[in-house]
Design a protein around this ligand. Sequence first.
Ligand SMILES: Nc1ncnc2c1ncn2[C@@H]1O[C@H](COP(=O)(O)OP(=O)(O)OP(=O)(O)O)[C@@H](O)[C@H]1O
Ligand SMILES: CC(C)(CO)[C@@H](O)C(=O)[O-]
Ligand code: BAL
Length: 288
Amino acid sequence: MPLEILQAGLEVINTIAALKSLLGPIQLTQQKIALVPTMGALHKGHVSLIKIAQQQADVVVCSIFVNPTQFTDPKDLEKYPRPLEHDLKMLSEAGCNVVFMPSVTEMYPKPEAWHIDLGPAEFLLEGEFRKGHYQGVTQIVKKLFDAVNPDVAFFGQKDFQQVLMIKNMVAYFDMPLQIVSCPIIREADGLAMSSRNIHLTAADRKNALVLSRALSYVQENFADKSIPELLKAAKEMIKATPGVALDYFTIANGETLLPEEDKAHHNIVALVAAKVGQTRLIDNMILN
Ligand SMILES: Nc1ncnc2c1ncn2[C@@H]1O[C@H](COP(=O)(O)OP(=O)(O)OP(=O)(O)O)[C@@H](O)[C@H]1O
Ligand SMILES: CC(C)(CO)[C@@H](O)C(=O)[O-]
Ligand code: BAL
């Protein structure tokens, strides 16, 4: 019966109790439930996660929650876009079954401590520039997993380190669910789609292209040039672009995120983060 209700359109749910009473009977019928966690301001990257989820599950739940504990810059949290009507329209059009949009007090009814061991990669790259970020991310994702109890959850490769950290959190709690990493959706000119792109001025938007171009350069020349040569060229491209302040550009092992020195190794990824104007962007490309 609940699945018939879900097929009729997008079900909007605001509390954990309502979510559990909607999904509980579905779970009893052995149907597969997928979760796509987001912070809203949805774009085609998010829709691609929903579409992939639909292929692998019977019911797709998307969560929209701007999680305060993962923001290390209060201004970033304050200005995070929240276009609610647009998001609901996108989810309806994508055929998403349930949207879970809790309040901050629903997810954090009282102050709570959270600290788990996510392994040494927690402190590298994004973890170095946004200290404590992955504790906040894993804290909310654990709450979302507990609320939805999904069989499978979908995340974007754009947040490469986030996928690793979530897999480590799932292993830490020995949770019985699958984590799927989905390809990065890009604008026609190569810029990785991101909710924060909305903050880019016209000049920033043009300058931001250097990030995907530098990554593509590394990907295209990976077979012919040494890692130091590739890093030098990519960093020079970025540093030569006005309005772009590089945080890091690295060629790293996709598991440890430590700098990679040997191209013969497998699972090598190039990752970049930079501030473009006032907006901090990240991107990456898998190299082998
Ligand atoms: N361009 C993209 N392609 C595929 N997945 C994406 C893309 N952008 C975001 N995602 C994924 O969507 C999920 C929700 O991300 P989120 O709501 O933070 O959006 P976002 O665009 O990454 O926003 P921002 O980078 O500004 O925080 C994450 O798993 C994220 O990796
Ligand atoms: C996974 C997530 C929804 C947790 O708040 C967020 O970090 C995001 O949107 O990538
Ligand atoms: N998209 C990852 C969430 C964040 O930047 O806070």
